[in-house]
Design a protein around this ligand. Sequence first.
Ligand code: 2NL
Length: 335
Amino acid sequence: MINQLLQLESEAREAFTRATSEAQLEQVRVTFLGRNGRLRELQQRLKEVPPEDRPAVGKEFNRIKQALEKLLKERQEALAAPREVVRRLDVTMPGRAPRIGKQHPLSSTMEELIEIFLGLGFTVAEGPEVETYYYGFEALNYPPDHPAMDEQMTFYIGDDILLRSQTSTVQIRVMEKTRPPVRIIVPGRCYRRDTVDATHCHTFHQLEGLLVDEGITFADLKGTLQCFGKELFGEECRTRFRPDFFPFTEPSAEFAFSCFFCQGAGCRVCSNSGWLEIGGCGMVDPNVLENVGYDSEKYTGWAFGFGVERIAMLRHGIDDIRLFYSGDMRFLEQF
Ligand code: 2NL
């Protein structure tokens, strides 16, 4: 009998506590404490208890009945209480820090690069990412059978419309509209139909520079890129030029900076070569100048270009280009 009483008590307590409305609570009350409820049922069976046990069982019965009535009352009050919305302002509490976004490492690198060239007297030019075949290739002196123009390497929107694979398209547009001197940089997004891996992405960023005026020589180009290297990697930075080929420059060169990590001694950053290959450059091909209506006998100029992702990867020790476009907060929050 005692066991049945205790079992009933625990069931009733749980049911009272679980009830979430006054109506539910009333149902539970009827089930356990009602006139024909389960407690009443046990009370009627107290007669069956042997007389010598009756005082103890009776005492337990009374205790449980009182406890359940008390709990019922508490629950009735709790559920009846109007839900008041209390707004308290504790001015001594520390404020809740707002979530502040961060600049993407590619954007901060881009800004830093632009800042350097602004300091050298260049102005920033921008233009469309969707281009015509003419601006993308023809004006840049690409021969008609050049592999870069192939559908395998360039995204075509239509027969004559494509996604730019370098920002030189913008330089052509600027030169068409203005007379020398021209001194611009063109930062921006470019597209190539490359197979994506740790160092290649179909979407990437370039920064190109262009200077055209009377009497401009390769020496000006060397001095300018030298200065850029020192601003970017420090005063000890040396610059190396090696012959290369581009359809739009003649002569052409690739340029490299001495490794900022080992100062040229050789380390894992520069694959033990001491040099970091950065980009390409050269004297603007006379054909390109003539294409935009410049007299190539009177004017000369140079141009350079490099990938922004590569600079950001070197600066931050990032080993996979895909991280820039992953949107992974664990990566982005580190900068
Ligand atoms: C590279 C090489 C280069 C240029 C870009 C250029 C633009 C005009 C005329 C002539 Cl309008 N040249 N740009 C010149 C040499 C190299 O980029 O490796 N880029 C990632």
